[in-house]
Design a protein around this ligand. Structure first.
Ligand code: SF4
Length: 430
């Protein structure tokens, strides 16, 4: 069953009903978003998703957590623990970016365990298989790439990143306007290397109709990857990035004509003063398609704290209209994250998403902050823990002070301003 064709008939299935309830909007709002392409509900037709979500205009900003093995760290059980940590911290989706070990088995295990939509990057599998079987990634064939997409779709993956916009003519742009960091997207680098080696067009672009056919058959959402995203502030909003975005806009229109759900991925590393322009550019060039930003990191020198650099950029991007934030962990650029880094990355990005929801006037977000303010005023410690975006950390600090039952905390003690003022000025309760 295809979500867009059902939406066109006005049929809200269980998934759309659930998403509407979660968002506090009418089912018709989700259906209209699906028809216009401004909302996606990533869900493979063959997989039951316990907590589906809608991504797009007018909805709560969503957060993705990446997990997955690397060639250097193959420990599937650790990845399943990270999946649990991401879910517990409140990630709306997860992406399995595994590149080491038995990729089919890991993907299937993650799909079996995940209660949220799952995304993958099939080119990683095609590249890893080529390296293993034929010794080099450039020995990958177009058939390997489409087979990997088909395998992932058949297994129940809900959305896939496909770097279709890395096309031959942009190679000239990269030569004409050299970058400081070059190409930092793994998928983009695999494809460019392949295109340069074989002198051929990107198969994901030249064979885009085949991709559409697979996506339609499985109701697979396409996430058009930004293979030429900037990897440092100096490369942000450069000609290659913009040219790729123009191509992605063209592909968005082909997806819509074919009835395939589509979203667009964005940068990357972007100075704070360029974040809003990047969001507006995507929305204009891609006809309002949901925008999935990878950060963006607003400085290149926050190593060890990149989750915060990402949260600052993510909040600015989502306040300007981005719909979906991919987290970054404190170990970004340095090592594969562990469970604690995954948890911290999700929490930091959820704070960014919530800050943007407030800026966008989301009534549920506003109500939650108001509840927290009342709990603080009343020194309702349990209420504060409950309303916190990270109850685990809130409780830990509360316990550390040993002040749970007092009328003030150890910060100001008897000089608690709220206690003093509450006796002297009238206060409202809503
Ligand atoms: S003691 Fe200070 S920090 Fe603690 S609740 Fe009162 S005003 Fe807030």
């Amino acid at each position: 069953m295809n979500a867009i064709s059902e939406a066109k008939k006005g049929n809200a299935g269980e998934t759309v009903r659930r998403v509407a309830r979660e968002e506090g909007v009418a089912e018709e709002t989700i259906l209209a978003g699906l028809v216009s392409g401004r909302v996606v509900v990533p869900k493979n037709s063959s997989r039951a998703v316990e907590k589906p979500c809608g991504i797009g205009g007018g909805l709560r900003v969503k957060v993705n957590a990446n997990i997955g093995t690397s060639r250097e760290a193959v420990d599937p059980e650790a990845e399943y623990r990270k999946l649990a940590a991401a879910a517990e911290a409140g990630a709306d989706t997860v992406m399995d970016l595994s590149t080491g070990g038995d990729l089919n088995a890991i993907r299937k295990a993650i799909l079996a365990r995940a209660g949220v939509p799952v995304g993958t990057v099939p080119i990683y599998q095609a590249a890893a298989a080529a390296a293993e079987r034929r010794g080099r990634i450039v020995e990958m064939t177009a058939e390997d790439i489409f087979s990997a997409v088909e395998d992932h779709a058949r297994d129940g993956v809900d959305f896939v990143t496909v770097h279709c916009g890395v096309i031959s003519r942009i190679i000239e742009t990269l030569r004409a306007s050299p970058r400081l960091m070059g190409v930092v997207s793994r998928g983009g680098a695999f494809l460019l290397e392949w295109m340069l080696h074989h002198g051929k067009e990107n198969p994901l672009y030249s064979g885009f109709d085949r991709l559409l056919e697979i996506a339609l058959r499985h109701d697979l959402t396409l996430s058009l990857g930004d293979g030429l995203r900037p990897g440092c502030l100096d490369d942000a909003t450069d000609p290659a990035q913009v040219e790729e975005l123009v191509v992605l806009g063209e592909l968005v229109r082909r997806c819509r004509a074919a009835g395939v759900q589509v979203m667009v991925e964005g940068p990357g590393h972007v100075p704070l003063d360029q974040v809003e322009a990047n969001v507006r550019m995507e929305k204009a060039l891609c006809d309002g398609a949901p925008f999935y930003v990878l950060g963006p990191l607003v400085t290149d020198i926050a190593a060890g704290w990149d989750h915060l650099a990402c949260a600052i950029g993510g909040a600015a991007a989502a306040a300007a209209g981005a719909d979906y934030l991919c987290y970054v962990t404190p170990s970004e650029h340095l090592s594969l994250p562990g469970e604690e880094e995954v948890r911290q990355g999700v929490v930091a990005t959820r704070i960014a998403a919530h800050a943007a929801d407030l800026a966008r006037g989301n009534p549920r977000a506003r109500a939650r902050d108001r509840r927290m303010a009342l709990c603080r005023r009343r020194r309702d410690w349990e209420g504060q823990v409950e309303n916190s975006l990270d109850s685990q950390s809130a409780r830990r600090y509360l316990k550390t002070t040993g002040e749970e039952n007092k009328d003030y905390c150890s910060m100001c003690g008897e000089y608690c301003s709220m206690k003093i003022l509450s006796r002297r000025i009238p206060l409202r309760d809503s």
